[in-house]
Design a protein around this ligand. Sequence first.
Ligand code: PHE
Length: 349
Amino acid sequence: MEEKLKKIQQDYINKISSSKSLKDLDIIFIELFGKNGEVDQLSRQFKDLAKEDLKIVGSLFNLIKQELEKTISTKREEIKARVYKGLEDETFTFQHQVLEAKKRKGHLHPVTQFENEIVKLFNKLGFVQADAPQIDTDFNNFEVLNIPAEHPARDMWDTFYIDKSSNTQTTNHKLLLRTHTSNSQIRILKNNKPPIRMMTLGRCFRYENVDARHEHTFEQFEIVYVDKGVSMANLQFLSEYFFKSILGKDIKARLRPKYYPFVEPGVGIDATCVFCKGSGCKICGNIGWLELAGAGMIHPKVLEAGGINPKEYSGIAWGVGPERMAMLKYGIEDLRLLKSGDLNFLEKF
Ligand code: PHE
């Protein structure tokens, strides 16, 4: 086991030091620390070790793990510094002239630009914007959406809870940072009469391990459409309308069964992979499709909670992550860049 650990240590130190881009490092990070990564697999073998061996191997394991994490983050900084330096050298002379000529002019953040585009798209179909708070009750974020306390589905949406002692409201419900824009659903349903066409946009939060594709703070966009005779066909149409408008005319949408407690049936919505156009590549895992949205027919219990008779009306709810879409559209490799506040990056948009 010690041998194995040392080999992994050596191999990965070499790999890390010869990696050239942030993407290389992300791949290495996942190989090491991801689910079923080297670290995960090794630690699973610990149970077969004798107690004395475990002591030695365990502490060696921790040391090596820390060393690898540190080496990756040092390398990450090194690559970043090099990339930015390169950019600076190239653009310095030019920028200098421009700056002298006029003061630097700001512009909207790429995600904001992109979100404005999405809002416009759905405005055209008659959807209007609704709002819901980023700090909300456990009830609005979970319970009314058919996710009671202790429901296993809560694990997918684990979040940050507000300390009770700092909670000045006299509510029995715990306050939390909302995990999705679906907390707007109950408000939209309660405050409006069908036909309802509304959309919500905004910041959401999750207790998440941050990497190139996951952030603890991120954006979601969601629509709620309720009327007589609304069906899965509307879902298919709206998804395809959205994907084609944003990613190109050749992009199709497909619905796959997926479980969300507040819709029935629920679907994951895939778009044709924008990189291989469906033939299968590394990024889509050779499937030819990328999962981009979650949706479904609003659960009768949720409609009822919103004061709408599910026998008379049906509705769909549909949500996407604008940042993930923006990454695909603009070819951004690392989600973390979007919140870096780094002008070298932001000024490219
Ligand atoms: N709220 C879900 C999520 O964050 C997405 C979703 C929205 C699913 C609407 C179904 C209907 O994962």
